[in-house]
Design a protein around this ligand. Structure first.
Ligand SMILES: Nc1ncnc2c1ncn2[C@@H]1O[C@H](COP(=O)(O)OP(=O)(O)OP(=O)(O)O)[C@@H](O)[C@H]1O
Length: 280
């Protein structure tokens, strides 16, 4: 189990995460949702050991993450960042091979090469294997970073908006692959997601963040109802469930308890920063 207890993080004097408690079990996908700036990326970076929490604890199975070396952490946690780091002139194959570092003793072995070839095949990336990273589309590069994290063979995957650069087909392909791997390899996965419909479809559990705190958590059915969406996102939404999957339709923006028709109204009011109803 990946266990986050009472976790806090601050940039200087700005408290960004406040007393977060989350658990992720193996064979489980947990989605972290919440509006822009709620703290999703910061939480994933704390879990991945990229940011040092200012308080609380992270335990991976029976060990404190703070007592592990970078290599030990990398063998357990595979982190896929939201944005692709500045493109580098390395082939796709070699990029994915760098994911084997926590396992390679000195130089990559035959086993490492075979593992990389298998993952490229699983992710339909064989044809790009010898292509340089700086000659890929954004979506292709996002898949390669996911492949690199899978090559680590981690116990838990930490994915920051894994579908943000992908078209509809590739979104489904990547999330279906994650679901299969979580089940077959017995991994756990944590994904920061904006698309609530996709998050619900592929998650066993969801955590909804609001201003750095856990607003609610539970099964997708427990988390995704109109009241929570209204409070956390400031929009009125209709949530209908069909064949076990939600269909969330945003109806209008809601601001400070007053409703304003039109897609611009809530945004404009936030920019203006007034609690007065908008004049038309
Ligand atoms: N390097 C930084 N220094 C100071 N504040 C930061 C820094 N990075 C992020 N923040 C702030 O921390 C808060 C949480 O940011 P974070 O990126 O974790 O949110 P998020 O939920 O992932 O947002 P988004 O959905 O837009 O990606 C925001 O208020 C952001 O402005």
């Amino acid at each position: 189990m990946l266990y986050i207890h009472d976790l806090s993080f601050a940039y200087g004097s700005s408290l960004i995460l406040d007393s977060i408690g989350v658990t992720v079990e193996r064979k489980q996908i947990l989605s972290i949702v919440g509006p822009n700036g709620a703290g999703k990326t910061t939480l994933l970076k704390c879990m991945a050991g990229i940011l040092k929490p200012t308080g609380g604890a992270i335990r991976i199975e029976d060990r404190q993450a703070s007592s592990m070396s970078r290599k030990e952490l990398a063998a357990r946690l595979g982190y896929v960042p939201q944005s692709i780091p500045s493109r580098f002139s390395m082939t796709v194959f070699d990029t994915v091979l760098t994911g084997r570092r926590p396992h390679a003793v000195w130089r990559p072995s035959q086993k490492d090469m075979i593992k990389v070839a298998e993952i490229l095949h699983e992710m339909n990336l064989d044809e790009l294997a010898m292509r340089e990273m700086d000659r890929l589309s954004g979506g292709q590069a996002q898949k390669v970073l996911l492949a690199r994290a899978l090559a680590q063979e981690p116990s838990y995957m930490l994915l920051d908006e894994p579908t943000s650069s992908l078209d509809l087909r590739h979104q489904m392909e990547v999330l279906e692959l994650m679901a299969v791997l979580v089940e077959s390899r017995g991994m756990g996965a944590v994904m920061a997601m904006h698309d609530l419909n996709l998050a619900a479809r592929f998650s066993h559990k969801m955590v909804m963040l609001r201003e750095g705190k856990v607003f609610c958590s539970g099964s997708p059915r427990e988390v995704l109802h109109a009241g929570n969406i209204r409070t956390v996102y400031g929009v009125e939404a209709a949530v209908n469930w069909e064949n076990g999957y939600p269909l969330i339709q945003v109806l209008r923006c809601v601001s400070n308890g007053r409703e304003h028709d039109g897609p611009w109204a809530g945004h404009a009011q936030r920019l203006i920063g007034t609690t007065q109803p908008m004049r038309r």
